[in-house]
Ligand binder design. Sequence first.
Ligand code: HDE
Length: 699
Amino acid sequence: MTKTKAAGGNAGTPAPATTPSPTTVGNGGEWHQQALDNTLSTNQGLPIADNQNSLRSGPRGPTLLEDFILREKITHFDHERIPERIVHARGTGVHGVFELTKSLAKYTRAKILTEVGEQTPVFTRFSTVAGGAGSIDTPRDVRGFAVKLYTKEGNWDLVGNNIPVFFIQDAIKFPDLVHAVKMEPDRGFPQAATAHDTFWDFISLTPESMHMVMWAMSDRTLPRSLRMIEGFGVHSFRLINEEGQSAFVKFHWRPALGLQSTIWDEAVKIAGADPDFHRRDMFEAISSGAFPAWDLAVQLFTQEQADGFPFDHLDPTKLIPEELIPLKVIGRMTLNRWPNNFFAETEQVAFCPSHVVPGIDFSNDPLLQGRLFSYLDTQLSRLGGPNFHQIPVNAPKCPFDNHQRDGHMQMSQPVGRVAYEPNSLSADSPRERADGFHSMPAEDGGAKGRIRAESFGDHYSQARQFFISQTAIEQAHMASALVFELSKVEHPHIRAAVVGHLRHIDKALATRVASGLGMDGLPDSPPTGTPLRQFDPSPALQIIGKMKDTLEGRAVGLLVSDGSDRAVVAALVAAIAKAGASHKVIAPHVGDVVLGDKSRLKVDGQLAGTPSVMFDAVAIVLSAAAGAELCKEAAAVDFVRDAFGHLKAIAADDGAQALLDKAGVVKDAGVVGAADTRQFIAAAKTRQWAREESLRKLA
Ligand code: HDE
């Protein structure tokens, strides 16, 4: 038998010259010891001499079953994926801290809401709802906004969305809703989209969804950044104080950067340019120290106040307008640390609305009641068993102890012979505490039955209120979104049924959508069931009304080429930084550009791969020769045309004028000289809404 020299081994992968990373990794996951000398080993600690070749009989012979190193490695790999979340599979998680600024001691005994100045660690996961884990970041979709607060009294999970109402009133409808919105099961598409028959079929037969549909068709579902969305706990919860008195509460997260959304055509193009747009945006913000923050605000109200509301606050398709119960800001969450490992933390984090602390309790909202069951159940199958609370990202940061034992993936080693309570054998084993969690002793009698409360019967009045609260621009975007979505629906009777519902919300909206869909007249409406109310507009429901007059946290694309004027570029860069925004230099090639004064400027993105959809505003500084040359480059023309079409501010110098002309840019308040940095920054803070009418036919 010929002897063959083993090729590869560690010799094939020279160790990097850098110093070894710390001996432990992870946040609380310190069990993973990394060998000090960087030795690669099996999971049993056996040093591995060759990680390049499996064990085989002869150089060209069969691989041997004996190769336990190969089998361990491949087996682990085969099991690397766990079932993705049935909803909210695509997510981005970040660590941070919550600090209470105002005590709610009058209303609750929860320390997290009474100890002003206390810094509580948090883990927040943002998500889309419908798409799979690998789907794009920018579909038209609701965003999940789930916060795990590791309080001194146990974990409190506030598992919300960026929309304050929900599609359905009863948990029993959730599997139907989700089956309708997910890709159609016979064909496996569309992914991460509501624009298809099954979704709108379900919606058209579920009038209670109309309020949330209005929100979903607004630009709320096209956020510019996860740092610029609101969060809502949706349901009413209860707060219980030391005396055992209860008040109702709704929780709101308000972004410090204000609300910002994209527009539809832009969102579609971002999906192609950067499917990870939101995750990357968050990663870059955290990496650069621009930590996003949200105020936590509450709406507090009593049972008596609730009895006087012209809607039922236990109905999750209703919100409480701020004009009725104002928001009180009580604290701030700042996200400041990217996870060490995506899978270990963002994927394995397990949120459950049932995770509350003493002083916080549930209301009878039937959707919330169903959620109290569902989330624990889903973690059992997703994370493989009942010990998911031991995974570092899920483990409380306060002591916890009980007599639960064993199970899959048990990581702790309880000692002693006593695993029950009461007992007389172990004085120091865990026991009840009188001041532990108590449920509110509410009297909830009534005949047993599958009953929908009559007070849940008005499905249109708040939907209407939402619509009439929007600016004309936002209303036009909603009408266009409805036309787009329904145009993808193949069954005419479904389109007609949806437009029939819209008639109850706003006749003009129904007419616009019907005409956009080429309908002859308006289809019939279903009966409303209950008389509708005329609520006043609530401007707090707008996006435009909640934008902040700032460019902070946003990004400007700076298109340059060899020969660009250095002074103009430098002034723009300084002005952008002063406004709290970031910039990226884009040029026809990567590497450096050589500016007019022969200085060099590093390029961040090549033109074809860095379209203007990735920025909030653009500045174009070109020599006349480069400007003429770029007129022949489709990516350059698209860069400008899209920036203009997406209503962005454009700063351009004389050299860029030919390109602007080629792209069909018409001078308006948002098109300014590149040297006029003040005017540019002022224009960049907002979109040029007035431009839209001249560019696109909105429904
Ligand atoms: Fe969820 N939801 N949901 N949901 N939900 C899940 O739990 C469910 C609802 C929300 O980043 C699942 O761990 C039911 C409302 C967020 O990990 C699942 C009902 C709101 C997340 C589940 C609802 C939400 C989830 C899937 C109706 C806003 C992602 C994986 C009764 C207030 C959390 C998981 C994360 C995730 C069930 C309705 C928000 C299956 C049964 C209303 C942000 O358990």
